[in-house]
Design a protein around this ligand. Structure first.
Ligand SMILES: CC(C)(COP(=O)(O)OP(=O)(O)OC[C@H]1O[C@@H](n2cnc3c(N)ncnc32)[C@H](O)[C@@H]1OP(=O)(O)O)[C@@H](O)C(=O)NCCC(=O)NCCS
Length: 390
């Protein structure tokens, strides 16, 4: 018999092993590591043995400068002997039900197969991208920030991230345990040379940079940047300059900073290269809640009638009027439904990833007027990204 339920007490190590097998991880089970609450860790049991699982992190995600309660779905895994029986789909669907119960308005995840998650209401809403930048392309230190080494569990980088993230559509706001888990993981990894620096300006922490040495064929090492957090562009530039000061021993850095941020500080952006990319996907858990929770550009106002089709969460479906004014949006019942859109396409617009004009040209937006398109394009304009993998 198969059941989907919360992870049973005592099954933490078995769940860890299931995840290791699915994702080729090798780190030993450590009972001291922070764990997600059991009600956020669902498991599939086959005759009492755990054969599948999914975790739901208590994230926020920023859109338009505001934080939306977001279910961060991760660790979806089904044992090879139990695959192709709909277990992954059932686990994610049940997780989204619980997300709705907890007031989460959206859900986000990194897919290994988009088909699985499209089939439960997710759509690609942005990309995580790791770029290589030749070390000589990084800016030179201008002396405005003073750097000092810090311990890997220093909490200032988290505070700096919290100041930086709201300006970046798509960035997540992880809970304290998530950061603690990452710091512990970094500390326990004694095989890697890893350094954290915090930079101050006028006695105030304004940037942090964490990096590890990776393998390079042409130099002693490359630099894998684990984060650059900065309160403004000057502080970010100083962080990149700190990395650039490794030019005699390293040939490049690898970073997940969004390209529109990076290109401001790299003169010959054509010399950067993409090493790895991963799409991330978004689903509406509570569509009117999500529309009301995100921010919109000040100065944009208008109303657009939508006919939303969401076969997964029927409460999101039907005719709505989307209105935006003074940086706030609402979704209210009514309208003539001339802009017909699936909830998945709408998710890709909501994040700023997909231009409504493209959807209209592809025949996926019903019969919008030019004014409808103008409002939608202006309201959801953005360039979403994600720098943290989960
Ligand atoms: C991905 C995984 C969780 C799927 O588990 P599962 O229980 O077999 O999946 P389901 O039976 O619920 O399949 C649901 C849908 O997922 C997709 N899917 C499942 N296995 C797939 C595969 N090997 N290749 C491509 N798509 C696949 C299909 O769209 C499928 O729908 P369909 O059968 O109607 O075509 C499982 O193969 C696994 O654990 N893989 C290794 C870890 C991993 O990739 N996890 C996902 C992290 S985002």
């Amino acid at each position: 018999m198969i059941t989907i339920e919360e992870l049973r007490p005592g099954d933490e190590e078995a769940a860890h092993r299931l995840g290791q097998q699915a994702f080729n991880a090798t780190d030993p089970y450590d009972p001291a590591r922070p764990r997600i609450a059991p009600e956020r860790h669902l498991a599939a049991y086959l005759d009492g043995a755990i054969v599948g699982q999914t975790r739901r992190h208590e994230f926020g995600q920023y859109f338009g400068g505001r934080r939306l309660a977001c279910a961060g779905i991760s660790g979806v895994a089904v044992a090879p002997e139990a695959r192709n029986r709909n277990l992954a789909r059932r686990l994610v669907t049940e997780s989204l039900e619980r997300a709705a119960g907890d007031g989460e308005v959206i859900a986000a995840l990194y897919p290994t197969t988009a088909a699985l998650y499209r089939s439960v209401g997710f759509e690609v809403a942005g990309w995580w991208t790791e770029r290589g930048v030749p070390i000589g392309e990084l800016p030179r230190d201008d002396g405005t920030v003073t750097w000092a080494r810090a311990e890997l569990d220093d909490e200032r980088p988290v505070a700096l991230y919290d100041r930086m993230a709201p300006d970046h559509d798509g960035w997540i706001d992880p809970p304290a345990d998530f950061w603690r888990w990452r710091a512990l993981h970094a500390r326990q990894d004694t095989k890697t040379n890893r350094y954290l620096y915090v930079g101050e300006r006028d006695g105030e922490a304004v940037a942090s940079v964490q990096y590890a040495y990776g393998r390079s064929e042409r130099a002693m090492y490359r630099i894998d940047v684990e984060h650059v957090h900065a309160v403004d562009g000057h502080a970010l530039r100083a962080g990149l300059a700190l990395l650039g000061a490794h030019g005699t021993t390293a040939d490049e850095i690898r970073t997940t900073l969004p390209v529109d941020v990076l290109e401001l500080h790299v003169a010959h952006a054509q010399r950067t290269s993409v090493h790895s990319t991963w799409p991330w996907m978004l689903a509406f858990v509570d569509l009117p809640g999500a529309i009301a929770a995100r921010g919109y550009p000040a100065g944009v106002s208008g109303a657009v009638p939508l006919a939303v089709d969401d076969p997964h969460r029927p409460a999101n479906s039907g005719d709505w009027v989307f209105s935006v004014a003074d940086g706030h949006g609402t979704l209210e019942r009514g309208g003539d439904g001339r802009v017909a859109v699936t909830s998945t396409d709408l998710a890709s617009v909501f994040s700023g990833h997909r231009d409504p004009l493209r959807l209209a040209r592809a025949g996926r937006l019903g019969h919008p007027t030019e004014a409808d398109l103008g409002v939608l394009r202006a309201a959801f304009a953005g360039q979403p990204s994600l720098t943290i993998f989960f």
